[in-house]
Design a binder for this molecule. Structure first.
Ligand code: ADP
Ligand code: IOM
Length: 329
């Protein structure tokens, strides 16, 4: 399957945009490099700053419309009201774990794709300072000083990002690795913050089992606390600004790891249910990975033009349908 970048990069669009540069020095060639170097990209384009979405609008708009179903006339909305979520506590052995993350980037800085080393280090310091104000007990671990053993263990347990992702590398996101990167987590690793990966912050709530309500409530609590200390890049039209257009809007991915051995034998039925509920299927180790032992990562696909509550509700309703289909297979 070709990436959305390839689909919409016509000669006309390329000709129109190829000599433009944002104020922070980001060009179309930089934006599309990941998709060109990785033909298996699903999207293949990254922004370098908030201005990229305006300057290269002819490229980004059709991609945003196809991925989120969000047009230029649509308005983004937000609701983090946990009480509005319906039937979001599963007690089902098929659901192994739940994770909800949002991406955030700091206002007045370029995005990670186009940031300098000193800006990245400054952002890390600002985030580490803000994390100290959280009401939970936790610690920040810089990637530079982390032992190889600890790093591998955190990745294996699904807490930490991988190293050397080729999609991120080609987007300029792995420059100066591992400097400026790290992870914060509370004592029981149910609240985590990734620093300077694809986005400057990935704010994560996760735990074993299917209590999606509890995971969402924890995310909202600490997100509100961080917002007291940090100003995030936000546009009225596009919501929270992210380096990948799939993460605009809420920048939220709410997922469960769920075991579905029956549906795994009928992928077209599986995919049909996911499509109906706007869900995405990922493998056991996240994006671009494969499922193992019929365990899938199921998450909301749309993130822009829908509120945070709707993102989680998409996942909740879709997972309920998948579990029913699995049981009556
Ligand atoms: P992101 O979710 O930030 O877009 P990935 O898809 O790469 O990035 O996932 C990051 C990590 O989170 C991976 O190790 C993945 O397996 C893990 N993960 C995602 N969803 C869950 C879940 N529901 N339970 C446990 N781990 C999860
Ligand atoms: N978000 C990003 N990692 N992804 C959509 C990359 C891609 O496959 O294009």
């Amino acid at each position: 399957m070709q990436s959305l970048m390839k689909k919409y990069l016509t000669d006309e669009v390329h000709g129109k945009l190829k000599n433009l540069k944002t104020k922070s020095g980001y060009t179309l060639d930089m934006a599309i490099n990941s998709g060109l170097e990785n033909p298996d990209s699903s999207i293949g384009i990254y922004a370098g700053d908030e201005e990229s979405y305006e300057l290269f609008d002819d490229m980004f708009s059709p991609i945003i419309e196809e991925y989120h179903g969000f047009t230029k006339d649509d308005k983004h909305k937000s609701s983090l009201d946990v009480s509005k979520l319906k039937d979001a506590t599963f007690n089902d052995e098929h659901i192994l774990s739940t994770r909800i993350r949002v991406g955030r980037n700091l206002k007045n800085f370029p995005l990670g794709t186009n940031i300098s080393k000193s800006q990245r280090d400054e952002i890390e310091s600002m985030i580490v300072e803000a994390l100290k104000s959280l009401s939970c007990k936790g610690k920040y671990y810089s990637l530079e000083s982390m032992s190889e053993e600890d790093r591998k263990h955190l990745i294996k347990e699904h807490f930490l990002f991988k190293e050397g992702d080729r999609f991120l590398k080609a987007a300029g996101l792995n420059r100066d690795w591992p400097s400026g990167r790290g992870i914060y987590h509370n004592e029981d690793k149910t609240f985590l913050v990734w620093v300077n990966e694809e986005d400057q912050l990935r704010i994560i709530s996760m735990q074993k089992g299917g209590d999606i309500q509890e995971v969402f409530a924890r995310l909202v609590q600490y997100l509100n606390e961080l917002e007291q200390k940090l100003s995030f890049a936000y546009s009225k039209h596009l919501g929270f600004i992210a380096s990948c257009p799939t993460n605009l809007g809420t920048a939220m991915r709410a997922s469960v790891h769920v075991k579905l051995p029956n549906l795994a034998k009928d992928m077209s039925k599986f995919e049909e249910i996911c499509k109906k509920h706007h869900l995405q299927i990922r493998g056991i180790n996240g994006e671009h990975s494969k499922s193992e032992e019929a365990i899938f990562d199921i998450s909301n696909k749309r993130r822009l033009g829908v509120s945070e509550v709707e993102c989680v509700q998409d996942m909740v309703d879709g997972v309920r349908s998948l579990l029913e289909a699995e049981k009556f297979f």
